[in-house]
Design a protein around this ligand. Structure first.
Ligand code: SF4
Length: 724
């Protein structure tokens, strides 16, 4: 047994009080990163290590990205690392699938069994019948994708089937490439359904600094957020109507001739059709659809179009978690081109992708690395025909189709799933996916904890945290880190990378590069940058890369847009070819007061879900008492007006019902939600909010679930015993 395997979860509560003179206490400060949330953050951490155990964590003050800050999740790292529910050994299922009956097995036995089962299924049904999936965290994705393709399966899919990729598709349809807001140079920021205070905390300080410099902020979104206090204008839309609001703003901008005539004339396709279409979205009509007062729409449109340069900031999901998601998002990003703010200083600035979603100007070979086998050498992905546009831009399988494909094996079956950090509750109609997974012949899940999804697996493998492994990390501040483990992997846990490269020896022996191991593969990816793992190891706190050449602004003037027409497309050639509306037309959500008034008679409120609280991300930090204690009970947010009409008081148990299902939660009366809207934050497993959605409540272009606009009703119910 390893030395630190004697540690138990109780050690997490032995924090020394106050600052300690570290030399005297034999405490070493080792630097690493927190990787609990998304790759844009990954804050620097000083881990105080004594006798092989982390006794305290603090933010690294010299870290150029996080500058010493940690959010509530990162501050709870010790409880996360030493949690009593950490998986300790590989486990083999003994009982029925979904039961909690497992027995410990050795790593060799686990990997041998996985090899045997996967090779047998490959022989019988082809490699495509094995799906590979990565949930959270994301750092190992390129290696898993390569493993899948080298095994021969095109069916590599990720949690990004419900996150970000639909916005990417929308952006690529309009522009062919895209970029984030160039905040440092911007004078006006249109923040569309993003709450960085909860979901992107490291961006907040920069945003507030810019605000102090005079940045104007227009916020769009139904909820009042911490950003609202800093916004000049807040447009409180009805959920699911972003597209209509964007068209209403475009209507004003065009009618008042505030658009960039030169850009529109020289660099766009389909402007006249677009102009004719948005003529139908007068401020009065747009008010009727969105609920935003006409004068505010006019004011925001003028403000955004005339305060130059202006940038658009969106989030990964809120605008696309609707059954009209991609077209919603296309509509709002069309405003960037219309106002001439695309790829301009202070606008939305395009920087090519670097490593794991972080763009800092360094070019790697990530995409070449991932796709080890060309598509024509594999069977078609299961979702290529259903989502042709999404599949054209996203080199993955749309995971929302997995439950259907498992149930209906046409054109071929999915018999096995090899998963890293899968959470079945992420799917709409999560109970349907749960039942589908029971039909699998074989399933493996790697995770830190014994989750309910692990209970569905045949073999469960224990992964370790970012504190126990090495990984490559890029930051936008021209900074690269190869992290050094600050403690050894606890118990028998291992780095996902070690597991992946061990699996590669067994199931992808012809992939010569993968046989060379993790660090050699990272070196291969890094080759165009001139960096190497050995060099980065000499800088455990991170390496500042000098003289990264940043791409120029307005690149399209030299080489056009990477779209079929070479222009920004108001009317998309690709959408037209695929028989979708080429214009970013507005459709009501599948279920809404306007599209289905008959359903709205019984379910008159709008349900929006999927937003996160600052101390939680997905299901990752719910089991920590340090974070769970901040809001222990699952609650829905309801406006006091709606609550009063239903006789509901603060803390009452209520039944939240949709046409599909009903769950019980506590009521939180708050003006954060407008009248007519119910908000429920994501991640609580009790109750399971995604069972309120039909499994096919999806956007037809991207397959994204419509988590943020559904009809519902709330009624007071009998007292529920505390669910926790
Ligand atoms: S969870 Fe918090 S501390 Fe950790 S990387 Fe994300 S923002 Fe930083």
């Amino acid at each position: 047994m390893r030395k630190n395997a004697r540690l138990t979860h109780l050690d997490a509560n032995r924090t020394p009080a106050g600052k300690v003179p570290v030399e005297e206490r034999d405490v070493e400060i080792r630097q690493t990163i927190c990787a609990i949330c998304n790759p844009f953050s990954h804050c620097g951490v000083d881990a105080h290590v004594k006798d092989g155990a982390i006794i305290k964590v603090e933010g690294t003050k010299s870290h150029p990205h996080s500058e010493g800050t940690l959010c509530a999740k990162g501050a709870a790292s010790r409880e996360y690392i030493y949690h009593k529910e950490r998986l300790r050994t590989p486990l083999l299922r003994k009982g029925e699938r979904g039961s909690d009956e497992f027995e410990p097995i050795s790593w060799d036995e686990a990997l041998d069994r996985i090899e045997d089962r996967l090779q047998k299924i490959k022989r019988e049904s082809g490699p495509e019948s094995v799906a590979f999936y990565v949930g959270y965290t994301k750092w190992m994705r390129p290696f898993v994708k390569r493993l899948a393709h080298s095994f021969g399966s095109p069916n590599y899919c990720t949690e990004s089937s419900t996150c970000y990729t639909a916005t990417k598709v929308a952006n690529l349809l309009n522009y062919g490439y895209f970029g984030p807001p160039n905040l440092a140079k911007s004078k006006c920021l249109l923040v569309w359904s993003k709450n960085p205070f909860y979901s992107d905390t490291s961006a907040v300080r920069r945003l507030l600094d810019a605000r102090e410099r005079g940045l104007k902020i227009i916020e769009v979104g139904p909820l009042i957020t911490p950003l609202t206090a800093h916004a000049d204008i807040h447009l409180r839309i009805r959920p699911g109507t972003s597209g209509a609001l964007a068209h209403g703003m475009a209507h004003v901008i065009i009618e008042e001739e505030l658009f960039d005539v030169d850009f529109v004339e020289n660099w766009t396709l389909g402007f006249e059709e677009y102009r004719a279409y948005v003529e139908g979205f007068s401020p009065a009509v747009t008010e009727e659809i969105t609920g935003v007062p006409a004068e505010l729409i006019e004011q925001a449109a003028r403000f955004y179009a005339t305060t130059k340069p202006a940038a658009l900031m969106t989030s990964a999901s809120p605008t696309v978690h609707h059954t009209n998601g991609v077209q919603n998002h296309r509509a709002l990003t069309a405003l960037i081109g219309l106002t001439g703010n695309f790829d301009r200083e202070g606008g939305n600035y395009v920087v090519p992708p670097g490593w794991l979603y972080v763009e800092n100007g360094l070019i790697t070979r990530q995409s070449q690395y991932e796709q080890s086998r060309p598509w024509p050498e594999m069977a078609p992905r299961i979702t290529e025909q259903k989502y042709p546009v999404w599949s054209r831009f996203i080199p993955e399988t749309q995971a929302m189709e997995l439950p259907f494909q498992i149930q209906n094996p046409d054109p071929y079956p999915i018999r096995a799933v090899v998963a890293f950090g899968m959470n079945y509750r992420m799917w709409p109609g999560s109970d349907f996916f749960y039942e589908s997974m029971k039909k699998l012949d074989f399933m493996v899940n790697m995770d830190l904890f014994m989750t309910d999804t692990c209970r569905l697996a045949d073999i469960v493998l224990p992964a370790c945290t970012s504190f126990e492994r090495s990984e490559l990390k890029f930051y936008t501040e021209d900074y690269v880190v190869w992290t050094t483990p600050v403690i050894r992997p606890l118990w028998e846990s291992r780095s996902d990378a070690d597991i992946i490269f061990d699996l590669a020896k067994r199931i992808a022996p012809e992939d010569d590069l993968m046989q060379k191991g993790y660090e050699a593969n990272v070196d291969w990816i890094l080759e165009p940058t001139g960096l190497k793992v050995e060099k980065l190891k000499k800088y455990p706190a991170g390496y500042a890369v000098k003289n990264i050449e940043k791409p120029p602004y307005q690149k399209y003037e030299k080489s056009g847009f990477p779209t079929p027409s070479g222009k920004m497309e108001f009317a998309s050639t690709i959408m037209e070819e695929a028989n979708y509306d080429p214009l970013p037309t507005f459709q009501e959500p599948k279920l809404s007061p306007r599209s289905t008034p008959e359903v709205a008679k019984d379910f008159p409120l709008i349900l929006t879900t999927g937003a996160r609280l600052p101390m939680y991300i997905h299901s990752r930090t719910f089991r920590l008492s340090w974070t769970r204690g901040l809001r222990p009970d699952p609650m829905l947010d309801i406006n006091p007006k709606d609550a009063g009409e239903r006789g509901i008081s603060q803390g009452d148990w209520v039944a939240l019902s949709t046409p599909r299902n009903s769950i019980k939660v506590k009521a939180n009366l708050t003006e954060v939600v407008p009248p007519g809207v119910i908000n429920i934050f994501h991640g609580y497993s009790e109750p399971e909010v995604n069972t309120l959605f039909e499994p096919d409540y999806l956007d037809p272009v991207s397959g994204f679930p419509g988590f943020k606009s559904l009809l519902c009703e709330v009624k007071k119910t009998e007292v529920e015993k505390r669910l926790l």
